[in-house]
Design a protein around this ligand. Sequence first.
Ligand code: FES
Length: 168
Amino acid sequence: MTLEEPHLDDSLASAPDQLVQRHAQPGRSLLAVLHAIQDELGYVPPATVAPLARAMNLSRAEVHGVITYYHHFRTQPAAPVTVQLCRAEACRSMGTEALAQHIEARTACRFDGEHQHDATVELESVYCLGQCALSPALMINGTLHAKVTPQKFDALLAAASKCVEVTV
Ligand code: FES
């Protein structure tokens, strides 16, 4: 994401301002507003940086810095199928790296890479999902799965893809 103003067509020009006005209530922190925007849209559009800066009395660089500092915030919509694989110690000891290689080969995607606008699958590394005793663990579209094997992943991916009608 850059600090340049995105170009919006006239019909969308006021949307970021309205979005920010809805969520930037007096006394609300920038983090709370960012969470609210992401909860509503699934991401924080770059076009909201300038209105957020005005509403929160911050510089655009400060708003941009917070959005990019926290891995949780996205600046573009997620792919229809999002896989979050735990890469922390307990899962590593139970084979999550081999599972990661399988997932990358199966999906033809890379973990933590920039996903293409039209990508159907997005792979993200996370660090502990609270399922250490049931490693390796991952989430697909927000649903937690434990003791995941390559075969189990393939079945989960097929089910998730069917739900969102994509072909993987
Ligand atoms: S280390 Fe993977 S769930 Fe805790």
